[in-house]
Design a protein around this ligand. Structure first.
Ligand code: TRP
Length: 363
């Protein structure tokens, strides 16, 4: 992963982030062990949070299409890394942001969240006993913070973080600050926010606001950054705007899934002979990189890395292997999603709409 590392080191320095290792985190989860969680903003606060256990874990996901892709799955997995230590896990449905930036109605967002997203998070292992959910549009408390933050942040600052300034972005960013801090209306506590690196501008603005806010007593929020799941094209990250280069959960058409994977950008040489001779370049190989996110068994991953980089295994074989693992994952998920859809229907999950309701869960 040297290529990624170089890019990341540059980003880390440029943006004033701090790289972190699984050891420092003291978390025994494959995301931590493999460096998928690779950097943070707010190292001191993160260490304090992990040592004291006095923190909440929160992230938000936009309900803009029915199925999530592997990149969103990675965010959910990262949230799970903290679930044993945290006082509370909070997953929010960013429906106002989807309305403002993706033209998804609130009704549609609600349907997608209840029928697809929330059941999928539970199927991926989010414990409904330990997690609370909310919709941005229903949580009146985020608006109080958003309004206060709007006074403390200048247009210049928005411009500096986003480049492009649009009302929809400004309002979404203010809501996001409201999201990140609202649990502290119950009591001040560090917030740990696992996200992709693209969310760092929001974390920066939020931290600047925390330092300035006069009316609220907030502790800091920490951005915990996870590596991007690569696009199947080999350039950039997986995204739902490029469905041919993304893997969705679940994928209904396995033939299509297979086709996509077989076309994925390979780190193997061009001919079979060269593949045997030189082995594959694991830094460039998309199927291998995706396996890092989904294959939980370290020794199995190691076995594949050795065999593929030495030319024993060839690119067609790793693609077939990835395909098989994904089919297993999807079959397992499909059954669980069905089951958790019933859990959601029976209202056996906690949906809150204010800090007061969150206080009841925290008690
Ligand atoms: N902006 C995030 C995205 O584009 C979603 C989001 C909304 C979020 N509120 C949040 C993420 C709070 C983390 C914390 O995906």
């Amino acid at each position: 992963m040297q290529g990624d590392m170089d890019r990341e080191t540059r980003l880390i320095e440029e943006f004033g982030l701090r790289s972190i290792t699984g050891q420092e985190l003291g978390i025994d989860h494959y995301f931590a062990r493999r460096g998928i969680i690779f950097a943070c903003r707010g190292y001191e606060e993160l260490m304090e949070a992990l040592q004291s256990g006095n923190f909440y874990t929160l992230t938000g996901i936009m309900p803009s299409s029915e199925r999530i892709h592997l990149g969103t799955m990675a965010v959910v997995e990262a949230v799970k890394c903290f679930s044993d230590r945290t006082k509370q896990t909070i997953l929010l449905v960013a429906d106002l942001e989807s309305l403002a930036t993706r033209e998804v109605s609130l009704e549609e967002a609600r349907r997608i969240a209840f029928e697809f997203h929330i059941p999928t998070y539970l199927a991926l292992g989010i414990d409904p006993e330990k997690c609370v959910f909310y919709f941005q549009s229903e949580n009146k408390d985020i608006h109080k913070i958003a309004a206060d933050a709007s006074r403390e942040i200048t247009l210049q600052e928005f411009r500096a973080v986003y480049g492009l300034l649009e009302p929809s972005r400004i309002i979404s960013s203010l809501y996001q600050i409201g999201d990140i801090l609202f649990p502290q209306l119950v009591r001040p506590m560090i917030g740990v926010i696992p996200v992709g690196l693209d969310q760092d501008p929001h974390i920066r603005l939020c931290r600047d606001y925390v330092r300035r806010s006069k009316f609220f007593q907030f502790k800091q929020a920490v951005g915990v950054y996870i590596r991007d799941v690569p696009s199947l094209k080999g350039e950039g990250k997986m995204s739902k705007s490029e469905p041919h280069a993304a893997i969705f959960l679940p994928e209904d058409d396995y033939k299509e899934l297979k086709r996509k994977i077989y076309k994925a950008f390979s780190g193997g040489a061009n001919t079979l002979e060269e593949q045997r001779k030189y082995g594959a370049d694991l830094e460039k190989d998309v199927p291998y990189k995706i396996l890092q996110f989904i294959l939980k068994d370290d020794s199995e991953l190691q076995r594949i890395a050795e065999s593929y980089s030495s030319g024993q295994m060839i690119s067609g074989e790793i693609k077939e292997y990835l395909y098989q693992r994904l089919v297993e994952l999807m079959q397992d998920l499909k059954a669980k999603i069905e089951q958790y859809r019933e859990t959601v229907k029976r209202k056996e999950i906690r949906i809150i709409s204010s800090a007061r309701e969150l206080a009841e869960c925290l008690a």
